[in-house]
Design a protein around this ligand. Structure first.
Ligand SMILES: [Zn+2]
Length: 188
């Protein structure tokens, strides 16, 4: 998926762009999902402000909404996850300036702008960052939970009484424990 924009021009003009990307065309994102169907919808707004020093400062605000399918960490089945991204960026002219200012600016993320800015890449990055680390259904069971419960019930039914003529291993341990205690008492 490729879409580049001139983000300084967007800010200067106070413009707004809208669009939708099919999830299947965002390869990095799609590889993290349980399904490739659906699309994300995005909106990007730019504006320019003038600081007290008279210098222009450029900004962008990005909103993205999507419903994606992820693998549930408990049952591994697909679970629908609502994604909502709302971010505001201050645009600067270089990566070096972005790094320097990012530490000082707590209100905006500082982003190195470009006249051929990789918008699709930014949107994909933001959605990946917004994915939950542990997607899960509100109510579901581990795979094979029913089978495990059936095995437990069967074992419980078979465990007692012990078949006649067979030594119960735990009885042997108990007897050994008693013998050891008796020996200690004698030595004291
Ligand atoms: Zn689940």
């Amino acid at each position: 998926m490729q879409q580049t924009i001139d983000c300084f021009e967007l800010a200067r003009a106070g413009g707004e762009l809208r669009g939708a990307y099919p999830l299947g065309q965002l390869q990095r994102l799609a590889s993290m999902l349980a399904g490739r169907d659906g699309a994300l919808v995005w909106r990007l707004r730019g504006w320019r402000e003038y600081a007290a020093d008279g210098l222009a400062r450029d900004f962008m605000a990005l909103s993205v909404v999507a419903t994606v399918q992820m693998a549930c960490v408990r049952c591994t089945g697909p679970v629908s996850v609502e994604i909502q991204v709302d971010r505001a960026y201050r645009l600067v002219r270089s990566e070096a300036e972005a790094e320097r200012l990012d530490l000082a600016d707590h209100e905006y993320d500082v982003l190195a702008g470009s006249c051929r800015f990789d918008l699709a890449g930014l949107i994909e990055d933001e959605v990946i960052l917004a994915l939950p680390a542990m997607p899960r259904h509100e109510c579901c069971e581990l795979p094979g939970a029913e089978a495990a419960a059936a095995v437990e019930a069967r074992d419980a039914a078979a465990s007692c009484p012990a078949p006649p003529g067979r030594t119960r291993p735990f009885a042997v341990l108990e007897r050994l424990g008693n013998d050891a205690q008796n020996t200690d008492m004698i030595e004291d």
